[in-house]
Design a protein around this ligand. Structure first.
Ligand code: GTP
Ligand code: SPV
Ligand code: MN
Length: 585
């Protein structure tokens, strides 16, 4: 084992070796040679299949381990009050005892990988160092694409404290036991956060947000707590620039729940001549106030872990180009010529392939099973995106002019509106609701509250989180304008009313014009909306249905009540105002 310089790290590795009892330890340096060896090992263990695409591989997970598991995810702050009503909580000392039992000897027969990494651009004052200890080489090769991993990250740690992320697939190997291609332990899965200690302990899953602890566990759940303490914002948001035909550029962030369109908006290919979108990030934004009173966003990640299903040259050509090489695909179909395929990738499916479960798939065989799992994913570096913004690694971030909220709603929520004030905008974020998707285990298509798209990712009391957002408005600061969109309205036959994707450019254009004061907009009780002809859309897309809204605000009343005294007065007032309006007419 190579020596590590950081004293805290040295001590932690020793402790974790004693606890997990791995066969050996490897400190990840991030080199190409090291990656080659890991890939080789993953091919030998049949975790990865080499693809025709240069430098690209396919993984098939255990069918029980295909998405985030929200009911196994815990925020174990010292007091349950701090986790709040939207999080699972357990007494920290008790759950740690339980976890220590699970981790005891859990890496037997496996290598323990020590992965130093940095979230945020190198040289950024906002970047934060962390280390993930994992027994999954699949996690290591993915993190290498999604985060800044290895020697340089280790150097950036210096001798300071860092965020500790411990992960195991939870399946020790006996001396003569043959490994499976996707080791995991779905019956004993725990994703546990200790916000005060800045630690994550994850056991039993090898998939996505459960195992790549840099992403949702650190950059959102722990970072949201850091942001609360330090006065900044850690958000489930994409970051883009929008440039008009005159060459004027504005940056936006947008927060939509999981599998509700962030990656697609982040790489939008414009249908409006002269207008373009460039990408800073597709999932997470860390935002700080600059000396000039503006809000600046950095993308803490260095890559994408995007939904593959539905991605095509028609819907998202820039994503397709991003994954032409050096990509890892998880739970997609394998075609006979060694390439990938998923539902929606092409109009005509291949005659035959091996599906995500490793079974024969085609016209005759297993017709009911999908080729790809609905939550199948691709992993690729941000630098490979053909529309990456020139400032995507700017150490101080990019200045944000607009913040967009939105969800997946087949009814009620119009295509777009603008908040009437910062407080109203925070109210819009707090009142977000969305139909559930395959990104998390559980029922799909069920309407639920998902404030700020942070329901599964806020590391503290949601009421305090709302208050933290309201507090951002102080004199001398120029708060971004806030908007709320819904790309997912459907007609009675279940067809989408709005074409979406590249056409969303029209909505972004309207936002830019509102920010510049170039268009007036129509004021309504739920916000300022465009004229239908400005977007060239059917008026139905901008309609406010009194009955639906009456129901909506009534439901919000009971939802807000779940936060008790922690619900900020300003939000209650916004809700009451709306309720009064829809009840009286
Ligand atoms: P996470 O990575 O889970 O956070 O998801 P995401 O928010 O990045 O969602 P993504 O962009 O991957 O989109 C998820 C699904 O929504 C895909 O099936 C897309 O095809 C679909 N989608 C995205 N944008 C649009 C749109 O404008 N209109 C419609 N109808 N569907 C969209
Ligand atoms: C999400 O579910 O919001 C994702 C995928 O971005 S995962 O990394 O699995 O959390
Ligand atoms: Mn996400």
């Amino acid at each position: 084992m190579k020596a590590v310089a950081n004293e805290h790290l040295k001590k932690w590795i020793e402790e974790m070796c004693l606890l997990c009892q791995p066969k050996d330890v490897q400190i990840i340096d991030g080199s190409d040679e090291e990656n080659k060896q890991l890939i080789q090992k993953l091919i030998e263990s049949k975790t990865l299949v080499k693809l025709k695409r240069p430098g690209s591989y396919l993984a098939r997970s255990n069918p029980e381990d295909v998405a985030r598991v929200e009911d196994r995810t815990f925020i174990c702050s010292k007091s349950s009050e701090n986790a709040g009503p939207t999080n699972n909580w357990q007494e920290p000392a008790e759950i740690k005892t339980k976890l220590k039992g699970l981790f005891q000897g859990c890496m037997r027969g496996r290598t323990m990988y020590v992965v130093p990494y940095l979230m945020g651009p190198y040289g950024s004052p906002y970047a934060k160092g962390a280390v993930e200890i994992t027994d999954s080489p699949y996690v290591v090769v993915n993190m290498r694409l999604m985060a800044r991993v290895g020697k340089r990250a280790e150097e950036a740690l210096g001798n300071s404290e860092f965020v500790k992320c411990l992960h195991s697939v939870g399946r020790p190997l006996a001396a003569d036991e043959k490994d499976v291609s996707w080791p995991c332990n779905p019956k004993e899965t725990y994703i546990v956060h200790f916000p005060e200690e800045r630690e994550v302990w994850s056991f039993g899953s090898g998939y996505g947000g459960n195992a790549l602890l840099n992403k949702k566990c650190f950059a959102l759940r722990l970072a949201s707590c850091m942001a609360r303490d330090e006065g900044w914002l850690a958000e489930h948001m994409l970051i883009i620039s929008v440039t008009n035909p005159e060459g004027e550029k504005k940056y936006f962030t947008a927060s939509f729940p999981s599998a509700c369109g962030k990656t697609n908006l982040a790489m939008l290919s414009s249908t409006l001549p002269g207008w373009k979108v460039e990408c800073v990030g597709d999932d997470i934004a860390w935002m700080h106030w600059g000396k000039d009173g503006r809000l600046y966003a950095v993308n803490p990640e260095a890559g994408f872990f995007g939904v593959a299903t539905g991605t095509s040259m028609k819907s998202n050509p820039n994503a397709m180009k991003t994954i032409e090489k050096n990509a890892i695909f998880t739970n997609v179909g394998l075609t006979d010529d060694g390439d990938v395929w998923w539902e929606g990738m092409t109009d005509v499916p291949p005659q035959h392939l091996i599906n995500w479960k490793g079974e024969e798939w085609g016209q005759a065989a297993v017709p009911t099973e999908k080729a790809a799992h609905p939550n199948s994913r691709f992993t690729a570096a941000t630098s490979q995106c053909p529309v990456v913004d020139p400032l995507y690694e700017a150490p101080l971030g990019v200045p944000i002019s607009g913040i967009i909220f939105g969800g997946r709603r087949s009814t009620t929520m119009p295509l777009v509106r603008q908040a009437l004030s910062w407080e109203h905008g925070v109210f819009l974020g707090a009142s977000m609701t969305s139909e559930t998707t395959a990104a998390a285990k559980g029922e799909v298509g069920k309407l639920r509250h998902d404030p700020f798209a942070m329901l599964p990712f806020c590391g503290y009391h949601m009421g305090d989180y709302f208050a933290h957002w309201l507090k951002q408005k102080v004199s001398g600061r120029k708060c971004p304008e806030i908007f709320y969109v819904n790309w997912f309205l459907k007609d009675d036959s279940g067809k989408f009313l709005w074409p979406g994707f590249g056409e969303n450019m029209k909505v972004l254009k309207w936002m830019c014009e509102r920010i510049d004061g170039k268009t007036k907009g129509v004021k309504t009780p739920i916000g300022i909306r465009p004229e239908a002809q400005e977007l060239g859309c059917h008026p139905q897309l901008l309609e406010i249905n009194q009955e639906s809204w009456k129901k909506e605000t009534k439901d919000l009343e009971s939802y807000f009540a779940t936060f008790g005294k922690k619900l900020p007065q300003e939000l209650l007032e916004e809700q009451k105002k709306l309720q009064k309006h829809f009840e009286c007419c």
